[in-house]
Design a protein around this ligand. Sequence first.
Ligand SMILES: Nc1ncnc2c1ncn2[C@@H]1O[C@H](COP(=O)(O)OP(=O)(O)OP(=O)(O)O)[C@@H](O)[C@H]1O
Ligand SMILES: [Mg+2]
Length: 225
Amino acid sequence: MNERTADHRLSTLLERVEDQLRPGLLIRSVDPHDPVRVDRIPQPWRTLGCGNYAAVLVHPDHPEQVVKFYAPGRPGIEQEAEVYRRIGHHAAYSQCFHVGEGYLVLRRLQGITLYDCIRTGSPIPLQAMQDIDEAIAYAVSRGLHGHDVHGRNVMVHEGRGLIVDISDFLNPEPCRAWQDLRWAYHRLYRPLIAPLGLQAPGPVLDLVRRSYRLYRRLNSQGRSH
Ligand SMILES: Nc1ncnc2c1ncn2[C@@H]1O[C@H](COP(=O)(O)OP(=O)(O)OP(=O)(O)O)[C@@H](O)[C@H]1O
Ligand SMILES: [Mg+2]
């Protein structure tokens, strides 16, 4: 697609966001530690995924882009836009095409999150983990931090690893999420879960997620005393 066609496609998408999506969309954050809820979405838009800050939506005529709408009252959009500016182009990351009021237009990444891989028994190759290590090192080389790289923020596509959410990469505080996920991959996933073909249903994974948060909280309190 040449540049003029791409610009034209983007302005059509932006019109659809302003004319259809924004007026009909209802998102809310019930608990800041849980994914936001999409209560209403206008036809023919579809929800691709939800995080604790935003819902990610797609229009069928624009399958190459996603619109990430922040829930009212949830901060961070300017920081996320800044991270994309610093990342530039890299195969393991998306790209930001437009910063709107309350939303970003991003390149759509194909793939399945690690969270969904565990839920559905889809394989997570070692190569994908190495790609994510390399992508974090690249972000660090750009003055960023591999913050909040957890199971819903990384994806596997055709055996390669992608980082789908970099909204916390300006945060310099230490974050163990990726380190802990790697530990679980090498100690639990490779020796146990993968060979036995185990799957963990959504509620079990949510329990693991909540327990992990509690464990981290207790641990950091323990350290500060
Ligand atoms: N560029 C993209 N292409 C395809 N799917 C995406 C893209 N960005 C996000 N998603 C999907 O939407 C979900 C939520 O997006 P994202 O993680 O960016 O939201 P968030 O609210 O910032 O999350 P967090 O709670 O981790 O801060 C992701 O887990 C993923 O499934
Ligand atoms: Mg996320």
